[in-house]
Design a protein around this ligand. Structure first.
Ligand SMILES: Nc1ncnc2c1ncn2[C@@H]1O[C@H](COP(=O)(O)OP(=O)(O)OP(=O)(O)O)[C@@H](O)[C@H]1O
Length: 261
């Protein structure tokens, strides 16, 4: 967890993006600290994915601001930057793990090339170095290194998700966004992936914003939660506090309906 002295990595102030009344996200404010994992939970349609795409620079807010403390320790306003600057940030200091690995991988190139791509974009041209990094990251995410030249389409869903994680982490991002990264996987595959993600987040000191409708995933990974309902945050707090003692009636309903046997 972050030290209370450090500055927020991400500062979100009054962010709104609406497709219609209560459709999207509105008046969203929170700070994310270095090394912190923030879970965004709420029912389907509450605006979690919309918020994630605004936070990650993919969709401009109608109003509000998001500032990010970059690796040079400069605070930058995400939407005052150019589109190209935001794209660069997403390829370097940030990562984005899509729910469907096919949206986050290049399906037509090998696993090794998928991992090496971000390094190449950052100027690494040495084949030996790219190969070494790919092997290292395959090992980190527990993929068989013998599959380095295989296409991701020959991988299982769980393996593709591990590859997507490796592809993101190779550039040593400081902040990773994840949209339901374990949804659609078998329960046992999910459990192993969650263990791996927990280990990587801890070992690398990553800051993460993760959208999930699965409170068990939130419990395992997140330090803090924001609960969304109809485009707004209804409650925010430490994960254990919210899951064990929710204050808002909607959070109470959400927790009781999902966690009760
Ligand atoms: N591109 C879009 N155009 C119009 N409406 C949209 C668009 N994207 C999302 N919405 C609407 O905004 C609301 C919030 O959707 P969003 O996908 O952010 O919710 P969510 O909480 O992520 O839901 P889920 O858990 O089902 O993915 C929904 O009513 C949705 O129909």
């Amino acid at each position: 967890m972050a030290s209370i002295c450090s500055q927020p990595l991400l500062q979100v102030t009054n962010v709104t993006h609406l497709f219609g009344p209560e459709k999207g996200c509105q008046e969203i404010s929170f700070d994310l600290y270095p090394g912190e994992v923030l879970g965004i939970v709420g029912e389907s349609g509450s605006g979690k994915s919309t918020l994630l795409s605004v936070l990650s620079g993919r969709r401009s807010p109608d109003s509000g601001s998001i500032t990010y403390l970059n690796a040079k320790n400069e605070r930058t306003d995400l939407y005052a930057s150019t589109e190209a600057q935001r794209r660069t940030l997403l390829r370097t200091e940030w990562g984005f793990v899509e729910q469907n690995p096919r949206d986050g991988l290049r399906i037509g190139v090998s696993a090794g090339a998928n991992i090496g791509e971000r390094l190449m974009a950052q100027g690494e041209r040495h084949y030996t170095e790219l190969r070494k990094a790919a092997l290292h990251w395959m090992t980190q995410v527990e993929l068989d290194t013998k599959r380095i030249d295989d296409l991701p389409s020959t991988f299982s869903g769980g393996m593709q998700q591990r590859l997507q994680i490796a592809r993101n982490l190779v550039s040593k991002p400081r902040l990773v966004f994840m949209d339901e990264p374990t949804a659609g996987l078998d329960v046992s595959v999910q459990a192993k992936l969650l263990d791996l993600m927990r280990m990587l987040v801890r070992d690398l000191g990553l800051s993460v914003i993760i959208v999930t409708h699965d409170l068990a995933v939130a419990r395992l990974l997140a330090d803090r939660l924001v609960v969304m309902r109809r485009s707004r945050i209804v409650e925010t707090g430490l994960t254990d506090q919210i899951l064990d003692d929710p204050q808002h009636p909607y959070s109470q309903l959400l927790v009781s309906s999902v966690l009760q046997p």
